[in-house]
Design a protein around this ligand. Structure first.
Ligand code: IPM
Ligand code: SF4
Length: 466
């Protein structure tokens, strides 16, 4: 076996210097900055008296610490205003392109970057954010970096990395109706465990991936980090090429055509070996929702919350803690559990296809008074496109709030929180203790499942929605 994996090809093409013992200095093609880690990196650069080596390869947008209330400005969330101000001032001073609040292109960094064509197959992409792996859905080597690594990259256009072992997750079969990339991701994390991918680069492959649209691939790669992996990858194909054609920052005309032969070589060779191989029959996957405080604590929506007695003794305390935090009884059916909040948004699921899926469920139905339901588009482009096809009206008529783009209630870094003890079905990617606010109870699910919960007032199987 001497074939190369997709990851090998991406890695080899970016090695500036082999540092020995598996370490390499890699060239970085794109550096994305957001309002939490960006100001820290830029501040460190100032303290060290360094310039940004290639400002034209860095792109910034505020997303985490800005309000998403309609009519907001960069300062509406007062406690985040200094981050927004620092990001805007530093970007202006250093000639970094900023997609500011209310400007075309603004959005959650992992939504706006693929959408603008800032991310392309074969590029290395970094951001001071663990969900940078999202961009692997386009065949880019994309990974989150710490703020010191990020500052180093701004100054030198390189990062030092140790080549990780590689895992391939191959999905056979086909997804059943109502089952999405999000369900597939939660199912995978449930089956393999939330640290199964730790230390690995994971390539997702197989007929299910070939048939999956690009937004679904971005969702799946987004959740690679919830499997523990820093890198998620999907080989670019004709769907990737079609998605990128005409994007504002993708090459144009003849330059685009000239890129295609090299993009088409970006696939794992038939005789390449992985350190770990996983096969999953995707036909068995059903709509899936988390019940606990880790993405691996997921169950089919028609299933029951686990009983501590059914797990090995060593796992019992964690399970009991999760049940207590979540306010659930062992063995109870998850469907029918009343919810207080629904959040449709985040870099996992706030793209146009996500909003369409949610709107299809919301259309003609109504959110009961007991539920507060928000739709937070992932970017201004998503918002405009959704409005152009009337999705906003469907949501508003059904009783959802239609908001401005940002991370919002995914991490509550902008003060938008689920109140303590309240239960939220969320299309985001993390259900950790306190993630959506102190004491908030999060159930991760697909956009259609979140919409189903909103209109029925409880966790519901969207396949049996009345
Ligand atoms: C704030 C940021 C550094 C963080 C991340 O790295 O992922 C956030 O985006 C998150 O989702 O928890
Ligand atoms: S939407 Fe959530 S997961 Fe994504 S970058 Fe923002 S806070 Fe992180």
């Amino acid at each position: 076996m001497n074939g190369h994996t997709l990851f090998d090809k991406l890695w080899d093409a970016h090695v500036v210097r082999d540092l020995g013992d598996g370490w390499a200095l890699l060239h970085i093609d794109r550096h994305l900055l957001h309002d939490l880690s960006g100001p820290v990196m830029l501040g460190e650069l100032s303290r060290r008296g360094c310039a940004v080596a290639n400002p034209e390869l860095a792109f910034a947008t505020p997303d985490h610490a800005i309000s998403t209330v309609p009519g907001r400005t960069g300062q509406t969330y007062a406690a985040g205003a200094h981050l927004w101000r620092t990001l805007t001032e530093e970007c202006a001073a250093r000639r970094i392109r900023l997609f500011d609040v209310d400007q075309s292109g603004q959005g959650i960094v992992h939504v706006m970057a693929p959408e603008l064509g800032l991310v392309l197959p074969g590029l290395t992409v970094i951001c001071g954010d663990s969900h940078t792996c999202t961009n692997g859905g386009l065949g880019a080597l994309a990974f989150g970096v710490g703020t010191s690594e990020g500052a180093h990259a701004l100054a030198t256009q390189t990062v030092r990395q140790r080549k990780p072992p590689q895992m391939r997750v191959r999905y056979s079969g086909a997804l059943a109706p109502g089952v999405t990339a999000k369900d597939l991701a939660l199912h995978t994390i449930r089956q393999l465990g939330a640290s199964a991918g730790a230390g690995y680069c994971v390539e997702f492959a197989g007929p299910v991936i070939d048939a999956m649209d690009i937004e679904g691939r971005l969702t799946l790669c987004n959740l690679s980090v919830e499997l523990g992996a820093r890198y998620g990858l999907i080989a670019p194909d004709e769907a990737t090429i079609a998605y990128l054609r005409g994007r504002p920052y993708a090459p144009r005309g003849a330059a685009f055509e000239a890129a295609l032969p090299s993009w088409r070589t970006l696939r794992t060779d038939a005789d390449a070996a992985f350190d770990c191989n996983v096969e999953i029959d995707a036909s068995q996957v059903v709509p899936t929702i988390t019940w606990g405080t880790s993405p691996e604590q997921a169950i089919p929506v028609d299933g029951r919350v686990p009983e501590p007695g059914a797990v090995p003794a060593g796992e019992r305390p964690a399970l009991e803690d999760a049940l207590r935090y979540m306010g659930l009884q062992p063995g109870q059916r998850i469907a029918g559990t009343p919810v207080d909040w629904v959040f449709i948004g985040s870099c996992a699921n706030s793209r146009l296809s996500d909003l369409r899926a949610a709107a299809q469920v919301a259309r003609g139905r109504h959110v009961p008074d007991s539920v507060t339901a928000w739709v937070v588009p992932g970017s201004l482009e998503v918002k405009r496109a959704a409005e152009a096809e009337g999705l906003d009206r469907i949501f508003v008529e059904a009783g959802f709030q239609w908001r401005e783009p940002g991370c919002s209630m995914c991490v509550a870094a902008n003060g938008e929180q689920v109140p303590p003890g309240q239960r939220c079905v969320s299309t985001s990617n993390r259900n950790f203790v306190g993630r959506q606010g102190p004491g908030a109870r999060t159930h991760l699910a697909s956009p259609a499942m979140a919409a189903a919960a909103a209109v029925s007032g409880c966790i519901s199987d969207l396949r049996s929605l009345a």
